[in-house]
Design a protein around this ligand. Sequence first.
Ligand code: HEC
Ligand code: HEC
Length: 348
Amino acid sequence: MLKRFFTCLLITSGLYLPASVYADGAGLYARHCAACHGAEGNGGVGVPLALPAFLKSVDDAFLSKSIRDGRPGRVMPAFSKLSDVEVKSLVKYIRSWSDSPAATFSTVAVHGNARHGKKLFAKFCASCHGANGEGGHGTGVTFSRPRDLPIIAPAINNAGFLTSASDQLIKRTLMQGREGTPMVSFLKQGMTEADINDVVAYVRSFEKNQSNQTQESFDKEPLTLAYESPYDMKGTIDRVKAAAKGKNFRIIREQKLENGLVKQSEENPNQVIVYFCNFQLLNQALTVDPRVGLFLPCRVTISESKGQVVIYAINPKRLSKLFNNHELNKLCDGMYETYTSILEEATL
Ligand code: HEC
Ligand code: HEC
């Protein structure tokens, strides 16, 4: 009795963990995956993982490599810091959603005519997976995709996918489809097995044409944009507002940086945030990736120290990296142009 009480106390105080808790698949899933793939694996921002047809058509290597490497630029992060034991227990947990055993595949490569496969791809696949296999647009969240498409087609020209999926896995997916998803069996669509081999050869050829847009190009971007202002606090704030209005933004409010953190009378008057918003842009951004909402409305911080006023804004180009979403690149580039022109104009 006493021993149980102490064990309980130690567990709740976080000092003692029974061995089985070290790689608790359910706990790891809840912490790292559920937000995107749904608590029960039913999908959300990420594709559903619990569908029997999906689990039946992939092997454990595909699952663990997908977790390790992620899908660069396609929202799915790479979980490179999880231990092998942790990845294994995640796979085991995902497997617990289905009774059917994991698929197994021979390692024999599929040979086919990639040139013919390319033609078939344009005809049968591009409408969902994109002209170059770049995947469907938006995310699995309802308002960011057409309602009649329950699952976004994954990117299949993606380095993370191509290293995770063997030729035979891709072939079986095309032969059998994934029941309950828009991905149908292409044998039933009139392709022959030879045609399917050609398409597999074409999909494999994406490996050679990986876009070289590495995440490093984003690393060179500074986290924040900073401009020195030749004006005083009030003059600078007025100019920021005027410049934002000139770019079709509505000023939402102006508040001290310390608002809510200290007593109102103690707020530093030399640190002010101006919030502004453009609802059209807001909707556009949320459609591409709802997580952008975390950084909205737009804000600029104006701060004075020793007589020098400086304007700061976060660098929107860093968002694409943070969110691992190539689709945000164009939008973030646009936001970067807008921010820099507002900051430049305000400090001119
Ligand atoms: C109607 C839309 C649609 C069409 C057409 C389509 N797919 Fe798919 N495809 C999907 C969806 C959605 C999935 C995800 C299924 C899932 O969640 O398991 C998928 C999954 C896949 C996968 C597995 C990817 C992964 O990450 O697990 C491959 C490979 C694939 N498709 C290749 C093709 C090829 C090649 C063609 C043409 C012969 C094709 N698809 C046609 C919608 C489509
Ligand atoms: C920030 C959102 C997000 C998180 C967190 C996330 N995923 Fe994903 N995941 C995705 C998206 C989106 C895709 C589809 C990629 C595409 O469209 O090309 C995906 C794809 C996958 C795939 C490939 C599915 C297929 O049909 O081929 C697996 C497996 C997977 N995720 C497992 C996991 C696991 C396990 C975790 C937790 C360790 C996790 N994901 C965390 C968003 C996420």
